[in-house]
Write a new protein. Sequence first.
Lengths: 304, 281
Amino acid sequence: MMTRKDKLFFISLLPLSSSLLTILVLSIATVALKSLDSLQTFGLNLLISSTWNPERGVYGFLAPLIGSVTTSILAVITALFLSLPLTIIIAEYLRGIVKNVVSSIVELMGGMPTIIYAVWASQYLVPFLKEFIMEPLHNVFKFIPLFSCRPITGFSIFASGISIGISIVPYVTAIILEAHQSIPLAYREACYGIGATRYESIKIMLSLARPAIVAALILGFARSLGETTIAAVTVGNSMYLSSCLFAPGYTVSALIASQFANAHLYPYAESVLYASILFVMMISIALSFYGSSTIIRWRSRIVV
Amino acid sequence: MYSWRKIREKLFTFTIILLSLLAIAPIIHMIIVVSINGIVTFVKAGTSFFTGLPPTPLSQEIGGIAPSIIGTLLMTAISLPITITLAIFAAILATEFPKNPISVAIDAIAKSLASIPTIAVSMIVYTVVVVPMKGFSALAGALALTIVALPYAYTYFSTALRSVPAVYREAALSVAMSRWGTVIRVLIPIARNGIAIGVLMTMARIMGETAALLFTAGRFRNRVSITPSKPVDAVPLLIFDYILSPYDIWHQVAWGATAFLLLAYIAIFFAVKLIVKEVKL
């Protein structure tokens, strides 16, 4: 039970604290109300067509939605290939000042404004990827639909996925590293005790941490879905739906970044854009909760 | 001789080192190219880069980014105190009453807020504030920044407050300090380093945010404006608009602005590192 004084203290904190709730409710209500109009008018057509013609009042955001999901999958794969080694090297190989420097660099990457990534990606990474990754892949694996088109400018779903992936590396690394550090020392001692090599011990550690690693990737996916700045400058901004990763495309957030400012000129355009972000928001919030609750459950089981 | 286990061990170590270098390479390359391109712009433009106006697409002079810098400072000055106040109250509530359903809810709410895409925040503020006010404004921009930064600040502050050992709270209460007195005179002073870090990182987040400002701040860069109810510009917005433009002069301005933003961010980062070091002593 709370005493009277406790209650007063609690109540004095309440008004400002509840601002978070107010903001959340207001935000979700706004997005839901605004998208209602287009959801009622166009219904499922929004999800199954990718025609975008504001003048004729025809809308469908299948292409950007698929673009968002594809770039996020690519981003997560990139992040996995870079974060896992980074975690292992910080946690198992490095000691002392080198470890401090490397983990500081990862932290520095983590807080870096995304616009700086965007500038770097659009001016250096995209041309680099085009010349050294996309063109060779296209020349060798032309018969695979994913690589079937010649990269023209380089600005594409593929480039966007890799760029976003690089930007979420520090985020994913931080989550995996924290999970790795919460594995009790006894497991590692047991590994070395039976004569395991470092590789074998790391393999066992990673298999213990697998649920947390998967959760970290899910959280990374949720974050990449909403990423705007990097997507908008690398994805190439084209409404054309293609099975090829090297073709320019759209993500939902890039579509909004380029269309929302003029959307009030056309009937329904604003509402359709709201509907598109509603989907992204719901996926993103659901995945964040799933990811973070998985980690909490995993930690309570692993810590003995 | 060499067994498969030993070879595998060596191969594994080699791969791990290679991939880690690959993971670090982007940031190193990024810092180098931003610095080089930025310095070129700074040298060409001189000090007027911080006091002048952006060039027209066909102009020969680089000019400056004063409206963007002032806009960013103005919106940060409005947004940061609000964000910190709201976040610290929520963090105190969540740490002082950890079992209360409202505190548990606040944690979940902060998590949901953090996963709303920042572009959605921009749209929401556009609809709720910009349209009724009949125009873009620094206030709308600052509000969008507050919504984006609030969950981050909350996470930093609640982590800082939670890290204070329970004995301090018990000691303060046992000498008949009030709950508020305990928080203000004992808990916050003990957690001050964590809170300072939270303030700095929130500031970095606010300064560097782009998407939240797209439909709120107004991209007004014809002259310096310090009226909160009028449209303003921000450094990230200027970079976003200029870097993909076809004009070479705008590219140069964008590089200069990016270098300026990077410098500001690194300065904040080192300040944070200094505070962290102080804790260890």
